[in-house]
Design a binder for this molecule. Structure first.
Ligand code: IMP
Ligand code: MG
Length: 178
């Protein structure tokens, strides 16, 4: 069982201010009278998406996908699989993918590829966090919360072996789940 308290990296106040700012920009950029389809990437997105969606002034529907990236142990293979399809039809929708963190970029790159092939009216990406030093796949993040260093970050939905997701802040732990 983990006993160490994660070291504070991004405070609850900073996260909340940034989420409000992202929601404002996303709403402003939404074409007038159009509806967004938010596609959250389970499981790490669940708290970010909950807060973000409640601050949008644009109309939005909410859906989810589940992906498996690189299994448990092989962090560098870049193999991604879709474990759960979105329920909504993507064609003709203004889709916004909502991710917790972009690390190597393989997951988001793969998802942009498969959803982009389904004929959305527009396809944009939003990620709370990004580790720029680990980026292997070039992928555009239209709405980014924060860049973080190459450490294992937890809290606000992000986990280490499914722990720490409920922390209200982003912290770092010395372990990684691998
Ligand atoms: P990517 O395909 O390497 O960009 O991996 C992205 C996924 O790996 C994220 O959606 C997270 O689920 C997970 N991940 C990567 N780094 C971290 C971290 O520091 N903390 C928690 N999850 C992470
Ligand atoms: Mg994720």
């Amino acid at each position: 069982m983990p006993t160490t308290k994660p070291e504070l990296l991004i405070s609850e106040e900073s996260i909340q201010a940034r989420v409000s700012e992202l929601a404002r920009r996303i709403s402003e950029d939404c074409p007038a009278g159009e509806e967004l389809l938010l596609v959250g990437v389970l499981r790490g997105c669940f708290i970010f998406l909950a807060d973000l969606s409640r601050r949008l002034t644009a109309q939005a529907r909410i859906d989810f996908v589940a992906l498996s990236s690189y299994g448990q142990a092989t962090r560098t293979t870049g193999a991604v699989r879709l474990l759960m399809e979105p329920r909504a039809d993507i064609e003709g929708k203004h889709v916004l993918i909502v991710e917790d963190i972009v690390d190597t970029g393989h997951t988001l790159h793969y998802l942009v590829g498969i959803l982009g092939a389904r004929g959305p009216a527009s396809l944009k990406t939003c990620a709370l966090l990004r580790k720029p030093s680990r980026m292997e796949k070039k992928v555009t993040i239209d709405y980014l919360g924060f860049d973080v260093p190459d450490r294992w970050v937890v809290g606000y939905g992000l986990d280490c072996a499914d722990r720490y997701r409920g922390l209200p802040y982003i912290g770092v732990v010395n372990a990684s789940p691998e």
